[in-house]
Design a protein around this ligand. Structure first.
Ligand code: UAG
Ligand code: ATP
Ligand code: API
Ligand code: MG
Length: 485
């Protein structure tokens, strides 16, 4: 491919050498450079890609995209200076793969909780309606029935555009993708053309990365600011920051809500372990998903489908048969009537939502036993709050490990313990080993009791000291409750 072909639309501030040359691949990691590669020097959170420019030239890179051209340039190498290398990577990745996002209808979903659920149900719905569809999500990526493992919630621009190109090649008309706040800030979605954006909600998370809640809101809002005229921006009006998202968007502004008037409105008629009964746009519909927070997710899906031109009744009929995403309020019952729920709640708000849903649908006499941990190398300020919420809404709580990553698991548990009030202490146990914690909960549970296993949902591993060991909450829960998968 010619370098000129991928430079379309790129604002170049300084250039050394000629753009009239052949290139092989685009890379942003010096360790992946091959002959005639274009290397993007990116200032990251841990390191600065500009440090590796010399190495990449020795390894064969012939084009360097950077924010500062080195004082000593190498003859024959092209240096392209831009204001922001991450933005250039997004735009050039889109060019390199033939701008696949403009060849299908791409909808992005953002928010603290609910992205995977909304994107996955949209994917399943549009498959049911007969379309070829792509999905980009935390749990897995899909091109119709083909599963492609996910490494991030939102992949890097090269992986993302490659995936979109494969979707186009496979004849996909739609793609539903999660847009994480990290991805917005790191410009992973730069150069993509969206036909719509959906906002679920915003609450405490990722303050390690964004530093303040205000910055976190701004990151989510930037996604809507970037939507083009002619697209739609669908927001949750019941969320305190729902309208903030739409303040500066060029997209047409649409709303959904349970508690007030909105373009798409629903009312929860009944919420039980059998599912949700909603009155939605004047129709009475039963859904398989459990929990009032899922009423929001279903409404977001319904609104999106209608905005994409689908028939309301057909959408509701198909939706009523669908299940949610793996590891989200995934529940099973043992032969002696102990209920086990595996859920991905890993923020204070999600823990509260799941436990209040359990509270709403429990009969009243049974105990709720919650097993919960917090991830290492992630927002530390949420640790005591998550423990506090778990205690306030449960009869027994076992504090344990999630993915400790590079941190000491015992220390994380101790930081969670700081959120346990003296009155809540008596119902709390700390067991650092997650498998032991699950075993203990199953021993403590009596018939009718509800065990909530929060935080890891679909994950099939536990990351300790940088090593990922096989670990599956649902598998262990089933083993302990004598259920066969
Ligand atoms: C904190 C964060 O988001 N980090 C992401 C980021 O890496 P970084 O900025 O830290 O990179 P860095 O290590 O500082 O290096 C800077 C640059 O130098 C390059 N480099 C580095 C070393 C070297 O030897 N040679 C070299 O060229 C790197 O390739 C990079 O281009 O950019 C990388 C490439 O896109 C990502 O893989 C990486 O994700 C890490 C693994 C990660 O764990 N990210 C999580 C927090 C994340 O993104 N999560 C969100 C979901 C959050 C949610 O739940 O909402 C997601 O979208 O998945
Ligand atoms: N609309 C919602 N409002 C609040 N909590 C929700 C909502 N939907 C799901 N949850 C809770 O949040 C958890 C995570 O849901 P989901 O995986 O859909 O969110 P996500 O935004 O994709 O998360 P991540 O940022 O990790 O990708 C669920 O297991 C559930 O406990
Ligand atoms: N996408 C989220 C997932 C958190 C899941 C939880 N199990 C943890 O490891 O903290 C993150 O990377 O922050
Ligand atoms: Mg997700």
């Amino acid at each position: 491919m010619q370098l000129q072909d991928v430079l379309y639309g790129i604002a170049i501030t300084n250039l050394v050498g000629s753009t009239n040359r052949e290139i092989s691949v685009l890379v942003f990691d010096s360790r992946q450079v091959v002959k005639d590669a274009v290397f993007f020097a990116i200032k990251g959170t841990l390191s600065d890609g500009h440090k590796y420019i010399e190495n990449t030239i020795q390894a064969g890179a012939s084009v360097i995209v950077c924010e500062q051209i080195p004082a000593q340039t190498v003859p024959g190498v092209v240096y392209i200076q831009v204001d922001n290398s991450s933005v250039a990577l997004g735009e050039m990745a889109a060019n390199y793969y033939g701008n696949p996002s403009s060849k299908l209808k791409l909808v992005g979903i953002t928010g603290t909780n609910g992205k995977t659920t909304i994107a996955t149900i949209l994917f399943k719905l549009f498959r049911t309606l007969g379309y070829h569809v792509g999905l980009i999500s935390t749990v897995q990526n899909h091109i119709d029935d083909l599963v492609i493992p996910a490494t991030h919630t939102t992949p890097n621009p090269l992986a993302l555009n490659e995936l979109l190109q494969k979707m186009v090649d496979a004849g996909c008309e739609y793609c539903f993708m999660e847009v994480s706040s990290h991805a917005v800030v790191q410009h992973r979605i730069e150069g993509l053309t969206f036909v719509g954006g959906v906002f679920s909600n915003i609450s405490h998370d990722h303050l390690d990365f964004h530093k303040t809640f205000d910055n976190y809101i701004k990151a989510k809002k930037a996604f809507f600011d970037g939507l083009p005229a002619g697209s739609f921006a669908l927001t949750n009006l019941d969320d305190r920051n729902g309208m903030v998202m739409l303040q500066n968007t060029k997209a047409s502004k649409m709303t959904y809500a349970l508690k007030q008037l909105a373009d798409f409105k629903a009312k929860v008629v009944e919420n039980s372990f059998n599912g949700l009964h909603l009155e939605i746009d004047q129709a009475d519909v039963f859904f398989k998903l459990v929990g009032s927070f899922n009423a929001y997710n279903l409404l977001a899906v319904y609104g999106t489908a209608v905005l994409l031109g689908e028939d309301k009744l057909e959408v509701l009929t198909a939706l009523s048969n669908l299940t949610g995403a793996e590891g989200r309020f995934d529940y099973l019952t043992s032969s002696n009537q102990i209920i086990g729920i595996v859920d991905y709640a890993h923020t204070p708000d999600a823990v509260q939502n799941v436990l209040s849903t359990i509270h709403d649908i429990r009969k009243g006499t049974e105990q709720v036993i919650t097993i919960i941990g917090c991830g290492g190398d992630r927002d530390k300020t949420k640790r005591p709050i998550m423990a506090q919420v778990a205690c306030d809404w449960s009869d027994k709580v076992i504090l344990t490990s999630d993915n400790p990553r590079s941190e000491n698991p015992q220390t994380i548990v101790e930081e969670m313990e700081k959120g346990v009030s003296p009155t809540n202490k008596r119902k709390t146990l700390s067991i650092v080993d997650r498998r032991e914690a699950i075993k203990t909960a199953c021993h403590l549970a009596k018939p009718g009791d509800i065990i909530l296993l929060a935080g890891k949902g679909h994950e099939k591993y536990q990351e300790i000291n940088g090593v990922r060991y096989h670990f599956d909450d649902k598998e262990i829960l089933m083993e302990q409750l004598n259920l066969i998968s």
